[in-house]
Design a protein around this ligand. Sequence first.
Ligand code: NAD
Ligand code: IPM
Ligand code: MN
Length: 369
Amino acid sequence: MPTPSLLILPGDGIGPEVMTEVRKVIDWFGAKRGLSFEVFEDLVGGAAYDAHGTPLTDETMAKAQGVDAVLLGAVGGPAYDTLDFAVKPERGLLRLRKEMDLFANLRPAQCFDALADFSSLKRDVVAGLDIMIVRELTSGIYFGEPRGIIDDNEGGRVGVNTQRYTTDEIRRVARAAFELAKKRGNRVCSMEKANVMESGILWREEVQWVHDNEYPEVELSHMYADAGAMQLVRAPKQFDVIVTDNLFGDLLSDAAAMLTGSLGMLPSASLGAPMENGRPKALYEPVHGSAPDIAGQGKANPSACILSFAMALRYSFDRGDEATRLERAVETVLAQGVRTADLMQAEGGSPASTSDMGDAVIAALEASL
Ligand code: NAD
Ligand code: IPM
Ligand code: MN
């Protein structure tokens, strides 16, 4: 098999800081596990805008299409907030997702035992939590037409976005959710607002169709997304796989992050259709953003980005065994009490820096041999 290729896009804010730690991990797997990657690095987001006047050049887009997996840090920040909408950092990320057709965004939320007391919810509610949110990522209100800010012809303005889903778009993300459920707890809960939106009615009908025709053995339930948000904080362990649309998935996965203790813990995989080698097109990134409030201070928790690389090992490189090794290493580090500031109570000791945490993960990997 040819050496697998990885495109690293550190991006903005804490993106480059957490990616430095992932680089250590990638190098370790190369040196100690014989898992070598051909690694390319490029700019995205504000960093690409500063260098090229666009958040994603065509060259970088082409590179992303040609590698086995893309690993992204984070994009955005206050310096870019006043830019034209078309060149905002976030547009670079959205273009990657859309043009690579990464329709299934897997956002697992697992509560490591060492962090169970750290969640804003009670230990009993979150201990042992292991849910998977599957967010549709290339359609819905993020991309629907018409969109824009238009004149209302009476001197005022109207902001327009359109929620739009086709049968095929719903069916393919539903299949991704059912496939995952089969390997986990065999349960899918689909969330929409079929009580107020036609797109929600279609969503519910099509998810049910995929279930009845292709996955009758998986348990399927439906929930309105607002009730789902409530249940997610009331009793999150009732869920196994949640499948939902682009916008609801964005909100629900940020909420789920706090169940695990910190946004700095949550990884994600964005998967598309299989390529010629049978592997899905894929981009891996933490759920968190560029965290401008702590950027440049060595405070960022690199776990979400490191765990995103673990997802790459599992979903792009068929190395679930090494993914588990890496996940256990992160868990060990937390159990040892090595914590970045986001994982500490106000009164508790001095926090580990971003690189302390990365080094501790490497030490735990070493100890796993
Ligand atoms: P954010 O995720 O950047 O930060 C929210 C809060 O969580 C902040 O207090 C931050 O310090 C903290 N946080 C986030 N990641 C952390 C980590 N790894 N370690 C410790 N603390 C962490 O969200 P925001 O403030 O709403 O957005 C900031 C910028 O990031 C915006 O420009 C936004 O568009 C962008 N953003 C990008 C992505 C992405 O690149 N995928 C995702 C979300 C937001
Ligand atoms: C995320 C982010 C992005 C989104 C932004 C930065 C475009 O919030 O990945 O969750 O809204 O999808
Ligand atoms: Mn988000």
